[in-house]
Write a protein that binds this ligand. Sequence first.
Ligand SMILES: [Zn+2]
Length: 269
Amino acid sequence: MNCEEARELITALVDGELTQVERSSIETHLDDCPRCQSAYEQERALKKEINRVALSISAPADLKRKILTDHGILPVEAESLSGWSKFALNFHPFLRPAFGLVLVLLVLLPIIYLVRPHSQPISLAALEIQEKIAGGEISLRKATSQNELRDWQTRAVDGNFAPMEYDLYSMHVQPVGGAVQEINGRKILVTVYTGNNMSVTCFTFLGTEEDAPKNATTSFDTAKKIKFYAFSKDGLNAVFHREGDIICILVSNMPAQELLDVARGSSRA
Ligand SMILES: [Zn+2]
């Protein structure tokens, strides 16, 4: 066996995947070749380190998968730690720098993830605002009229946009108050409608469809050419849609389909 052949088998040797014949053949070479022996030691140390780091990290499985996929190291779904570390090792030595980067990311990202408390999508943060309003933690400015409330909210964002408005009078639901909140530096206009044992909160802010939650159920209104994203959390239903650069999220205790109809009925083409 020459060095080139030996190097090809080193990873498999470390992983204990060689046949008896291959194994004794490469071991004979390693005994005679200090350079291949050293490559073997490095490979073994690397595998040990990876297993140690993998075991000590509590990053969510999705995050790990995303890191590995983003760096082109993992084209397929990884199911287990031993699975992905073995998979990544098989690319060695070509991806050793990339692999070092992955190790760094695996250690750093969970920390960044924990240190940034408000890194959740804005659409989910909106649901938290809803809960705070319901719990009285956020006080609403009472609406003397919908126009007065809209003018106040529009002034709060320097006239850059206005709250999206809904005519729910036919359902005996009407605007009762509003607020201006800020999430991740973005101002959000909040209008609360109540009546008939229902509550609908409308969140209006500048954004893109990137702000929609990833697990939403989408439907496309072909007439209006608007995509609606329906999602729910803790018993509340929500519908997200975009008109130009303005995002509207409706959050309500009404059934999901009815809420979707409200969002679709009032949206502009
Ligand atoms: Zn050699």
